[in-house]
Design a protein around this ligand. Structure first.
Ligand code: DC
Length: 227
C-alpha cells in the first residue's frame, strides 16, 4: 500500500471545507474528520446543561469530564456522523442555537486542549483528511498537505443559505450572512489559536471554482506530495 499522508484543510466558515475534505477522503479512501462538529457537540452539551456556566473554569472541567465524542459511519450517506455520549447529534449540532454559540465555546482554552488531543490521536496513523480552523497550525503542524480555503462572504452566505433551505430550516439570507460575518470575526480575532493560514499552506479561493475543478487542483497537489 502506498504511504498515507495527513491532509489539513482550514479556512473561513462555509467556504466548502467539508465538501472538499469529503471528496478528497472518498477519492483516496481516507478517513474524513470534521473537527468543527466536535466543537459543535461540546456547544450542544452546554446548551443542554444551563446549570453549567461555560465562563467558569470548574464548570468547564465538570462538563468535559462528562463528554465523550465519537463518530459513526452512515452507509446511506457514506459519511461519518457525530455522536455525543453515544447519541447521534449530527442534525442537532447544525441548528441555529448551536451555530450562534459555537464560536464562543471554541474560544475556551480548556475545550481546545481537550479536542485537539483527541484530533491528534485520530490522525496518528495518517490517512486522515481533517477540516477546521487550526488543523494546519496546531492539530497537525506536520501534515504533508495543508490547504487554506477561502471564498467571498456573499458567495459563502448564499451557499450556506441554500444548504439550510434544503434542510427545511427557517432563516433569512441576511441572518445567515450576519452569522457568518460574526463567526469570521470571532474565529480570526480570538486570542487562542485564531484562524490563520499556516506558512506552508496552499491558498485556494473557490468563489468562482466548480467543485470538480477544485478537487482536480487538490488531487494534483496530493499527487505531488505522494511522489
Ligand atoms: O466548521 P464549523 O463551521 O462547523 O465550525 C464551527 C465552529 O467551531 C467555528 O465557528 C469555529 C470552531 N472551530 C474551531 O475553533 N476550530 C476548529 N478546528 C474547528 C471549528
Amino acid at each position: 500500500m502506498p504511504q498515507q499522508i495527513n491532509i489539513a484543510i482550514d479556512g473561513h466558515a462555509s467556504c466548502g471545507k467539508s465538501t472538499l475534505a469529503k471528496a478528497i477522503a472518498k477519492q483516496l479512501g481516507y478517513t474524513y474528520i470534521d473537527s468543527g462538529a466536535m466543537y459543535r457537540a461540546v456547544t450542544l452539551y452546554f446548551l443542554r446543561h444551563p446549570e453549567l456556566d461555560f465562563t467558569c473554569p470548574p464548570d468547564v472541567d465538570e462538563a468535559l469530564k462528562n463528554i465523550a465524542i465519537s463518530f459513526t459511519y452512515n452507509p446511506e450517506t457514506g459519511h461519518a456522523e457525530t455522536l455525543l455520549n453515544g447519541e447521534n447529534v449530527e442534525a442537532l449540532i447544525r441548528d441555529k442555537a448551536v451555530s450562534s454559540l459555537v464560536s464562543q465555546i471554541s474560544t475556551i482554552a480548556e475545550v481546545r486542549r481537550f479536542l485537539v488531543k483527541q484530533q491528534q490521536e485520530l490522525g496518528k496513523n495518517k490517512g486522515v483528511v481533517m477540516d477546521g480552523r487550526d488543523i494546519g497550525t496546531v492539530v497537525f503542524p506536520d501534515a504533508e498537505l495543508k490547504i487554506f480555503l477561502t471564498a467571498n462572504l456573499d458567495v459563502r452566505a448564499q451557499r450556506r443559505y441554500n444548504e439550510l433551505m434544503d434542510k427545511g430550516m427557517q432563516i433569512t439570507l441576511e441572518e445567515v450572512k450576519q452569522n457568518l460575518q460574526s463567526r469570521d470575526i470571532t474565529d480570526s480575532t480570538r486570542e487562542i489559536t485564531p484562524l490563520l493560514q499556516a506558512p506552508d499552506a496552499v491558498l485556494i479561493d473557490n468563489s468562482y471554482l466548480t467543485r470538480e475543478k477544485q478537487l482536480e487542483l487538490v488531487m494534483e497537489l496530493v499527487a505531488q506530495k505522494m511522489k
